[in-house]
Structures are given as C-alpha cells and as structure tokens.
Design a binder for this molecule. Structure first.
Ligand code: ZN
Ligand code: ZN
Length: 508
C-alpha cells in the first residue's frame, strides 16, 4: 500500500468542479474536422473527453458523450497529400460532398473519418457519432440558423467586441452552398425567409437563387459551435488551445450562447498540443504528424491512453517513439508495482485486456531471440524467469515489440543471433577469449539474468580487464556486432548449451 497520499487525478478534480458548477446531468462533446488524416495529436481531445465522461458517468446522475465530425466544413485548400488536378475544383465545397482520394469511401470526409472511428473502437472509446452534414441536412440546425440570421447585427457586434476586428458589411452567420458551383465559401446572403426556411444568395460564380436552411449551407464556425451547444445541451467540452485564446472562438461562442441562444457555454477544458520529439507540435499542415494507426501498431491502446491521461490537459506532451516510448510502455506495466499514477492507469484500462508483466524492453530482446517462433518465445521468457500465464496477451505484446523494432527502434537495440561463428571474433584479444572461455565453463541453465550479470563482473575482476571489453566479446561471439541488449538478461533468454558451445568456439 502507498504510504503517501497521491494528488487527485485531474479528471476527478475536473468532474468534481463540473458537478459543483453545473449539476448532475452532463453532455461531453468533442469534434474534429476530417479534412486530412486524423493524427495522434487530435487524439488528445477524444481521450481527454472519454476520461471526463468515465468519471462523470460514475459520479453524476447521467452523462452522454458525443463526437461530432465536421463533415460539412469546406475543403480549405489543396493539401500537399492531394492530387492538385483532382482537387483544385473542390476547394470551397463541403468535405461530405467531395470524392474520396482512394475511391473506396463514399466521400472525402468519410475517407479520413473511417480509420479514425476504427481507432476509437480499439481505444475503447465509444461516443455517439454525429456527422455535421447529416445534422444540417436533417434540419437539426434550422432553428439555430433562423435565430442567428435574425441576430446578425448582434453577432457582428459580439465578434467585433471580442476579436477587435470588424466583419465585412455583407457578413452573414450562414454560408449557403451555391447550387451551381457547390462552394460555400463564395456565396453572399441576400435575405431569408423564416417561414419558408430558405436563404437567398448570390455567388461569385454568377449564380443566384434560394437554398433550404436544411442542407443548403452551414453556419460559420464561430456560430456553428454555440449552435451545437444549444442543440445538444453540451455542458463540457475539451478543445485545442487555439480556440481558447483571448478573442478566440470559445470567447465569442460563450457570448453568442448567452446573448443569442440563451444558454450557458460548456465548461471549457482547453488542452495543450502533443509534439513529436525533434519535430515540434504536430499539425497536418506541417506534415510532422504521427498517425493514430501507426502508433497503435507499436503501442497497445491502453498504453496510448495512459500516455495522454497521466498528464493534465494544460500541459504539453512530447512523444518520442524511439527509446522513450519503450520506457513509457514499461512504466505502464509497472504502474501498480511502483505506485505511479494508478488512477491514470484505471482510466486507461480497456476491458478484456490484462497486463502481461514482462518489461517491454525485455520483450524487445526476446522477440529477436524467438524470430517469430512461439515455442522459442515461451522458452526464452521462462528461461528469463517469467511465468507464462497469459499466452495470448504475451503474443500480442510480442507483436507490438516486433513492429516497434521495425519502425522506431534505434539501431543499437536491433540484433540477430548468428547461426555460425561470426568472423569478427578474429579480432578478440587474449583477455576477451579468456573471458568467453570462463563464461562458457561457468554458465548454468538455472542462472537468472541478475546472476549471469554478476558472473560477468566476477570474471572481469579475475582477469583484471574492463567490463565493456567482456560485453563486446559476448556480443561479437553471438551477434557479430559490438553492441547488444543488457548482457546478463539477454544470455538468460538463450539456450545455455548453445551459448556454452559458442563461447568455447570463439575462445579457441
Ligand atoms: Zn477513400
Ligand atoms: Zn457558385
């Protein structure tokens, strides 16, 4: 048991505050625009929301969790990953109305949304998913559109007061989708009818006409957001710090919510960015993103949750998929033993997944010894002193370790046991040969990694040589290179008679 009291987890503190301020019935909302690959940086929003939802569900009377995909947002420009020929004409059209880049999805929006929703499932995150285009087309926004069009001048004043910038004279909170060119970025509102529920417009392409409020356009982002709060009764929402800046869309949204829609803005949970080590804050436009899919190939989903949840939203997170990632996975497995952030661990748990209790670093060694053979994997783990109870879990971890090795591992952690005596042993000094000779004689199958480690140190003392020379000799004889995994533990995973034979051969 812990002797010191831990500080409460941020999600518990936040939930207490939200219940105190906003009562016992909640709607947690999130929203991401599927204009490009939804990356690991975007993930923070839904993982943060999911943790808050889990706590509120346990402590309040009711809690709903929504994810609204901004499928009705226009394509802003031809991104570097798009074919300019195919997409130039689609700039300004809603993402839901543009063809998908691979031709395998019903729309551009769905192309990026589908893999994200699959990742959510793997992460054990199950919000009610809405697509903005469907909400608009079904008329869910119509009432808020009428209210906004009527309050145009009032909204303009709020925007001016909060942002310090004047909107153009012909500004409208509603952007009609031109019936001729399909763009919602070049239209101008000329009037509207609340009874007909239509909006009159002219477009830069020369077209003029009337569109229905349901499916004929969308509210501009700064009004769309508070309209969404009104429609769904949102009480809590995490969002990127860009929206939280002074005069940002939360500030204007809060006033539009209160003064135009007559409801309270959600409790804000602004979060900091995730950055990629050596590459800065992740952003699709900078091209330095790590895809959720790539990350879930090498990190178990519960560890990815833990990576995000152990840090409060207002602090930035730096992801280094090399060695630090390996340490993080070990920290996750060790959390209970070392009493690290056990609450973050609880909030990261996904049902049906139990810890395997083999350090990931060791797994990285063992999979390279096993080379894809399950029986060898189990033997190597058992020789290393690990009990094999959860074979399926171990197999999964082994697969993660293998993919991590292939994708992110630094060169010094990669190795291959050489079937033949490597030619490099010709360079061994007399002292190194003597060390291998003694190792070969004294090594016993029942020795633990720690004991073999001690043996290496005893032998180097007896020979009066430096430890790294002994380590180099061991690696050269087995791997044909001068670096390798921590020698004692590494040797403990190998077949002892093979190692004894090899060392004798190298010393001869
Ligand atoms: Zn596609
Ligand atoms: Zn047009």
């Amino acid at each position: 048991m812990a002797t010191t009291a831990r500080a409460k987890h941020w999600a518990d503190l936040l939930a207490e505050e939200i219940i105190r301020q906003r009562g016992r019935s909640h709607v947690v909302n999130t929203g991401i625009t599927p204009s490009g690959e939804i990356h690991i940086g975007n993930m923070r929003e839904v993982v943060t929301a999911d943790a808050i939802h889990r706590v509120l569900k346990a402590q309040a009377d009711a809690c709903r969790f929504l994810y609204i995909a901004d499928t009705y947002d226009p394509l802003r420009r031809v991104y570097p990953f798009l074919d300019p020929q195919q997409y130039q004409d689609n700039v300004g059209k809603p993402l839901s109305e543009i063809p998908c880049p691979c031709q395998g999805h019903p729309s551009y929006a769905e192309h990026f949304l589908a893999p994200f929703l699959r990742s959510l499932e793997r992460l054990g995150i199950a919000p009610t998913v809405h697509r903005a285009d469907q909400l608009y087309k079904a008329g869910a926004y119509t009432e808020t559109i009428i209210t906004a069009l009527r309050a145009r001048d009032q909204i303009r004043r709020i925007l001016k007061e909060e942002t310090g910038r004047e909107t153009p004279e012909d500004w409208s909170p509603f952007n009609p989708i031109c019936l001729a060119c399909g763009r919602l970025t070049h239209t101008q509102v000329m009037g509207f009818s609340a009874t007909e529920q239509t909006v009159d417009y002219v477009c830069a392409c020369g077209q003029r006409g009337a569109v229905p409020m349901a499916g004929g356009g969308k509210l501009t982002w700064r009004v769309d957001w508070p309209a969404r709060w009104k429609i769904f009764g949102v009480t809590v929402e995490p969002f990127g710090k860009d929206h939280a800046s002074k005069g940002g869309s939360y500030d204007t949204g809060l006033r539009i919510a209160r003064e135009v829609y007559g409801n309270e803005a959600p409790h804000p949970v602004p979060y900091e960015w995730l950055s990629l080590a050596g590459k800065g804050d992740m952003s699709s436009s900078k091209g330095n993103v790590l895809s959720i899919h790539a990350m879930l190939e090498v990190v178990p989903p519960e560890v990815l949750r833990y990576l995000i949840l152990r840090t409060p939203p207002q602090r930035s997170i730096k992801i280094d998929p090399g060695l630090p990632l390996l340490q993080l996975i070990d920290e996750y497995d060790d959390v209970e033993a070392q009493n690290r952030d056990s609450r973050a661990l609880e909030l990261s748990a996904i049902s049906g997944i139990s810890p395997v209790r083999v350090p990931f670093r060791h797994m990285v060694t063992v999979v390279q010894v096993a080379q894809g053979d399950d029986a060898t994997l189990v033997e190597a783990l058992q020789r290393g002193g690990y009990r094999v109870e959860n074979l399926e879990g171990l197999r999964q971890r082994a697969a993660y370790a293998q993919r991590w090795l292939e994708t992110f591992a630094p060169e010094e952690l990669r190795f291959r046991i050489q079937a033949q005596l490597p030619t490099g042993v010709a360079e061994l000094t007399l002292a190194q040969k003597q060390a291998l000779q003694l190792m070969g004689e004294r090594l016993r199958a029942e020795m633990s990694g720690e004991e073999i480690h001690q043996l290496i140190y005893t032998i180097k003392d007896e020979l009066g040589t430096k430890p790294d020379l002994v380590f180099k000799a061991i690696y050269l004889a087995l791997l044909g290179k001068t670096q390798g995994p921590r020698a004692g533990w590494f040797l403990s995973t190998l077949d002892t008679s093979f190692v004894k034979r090899r060392f004798a051969e190298a010393a001869a």
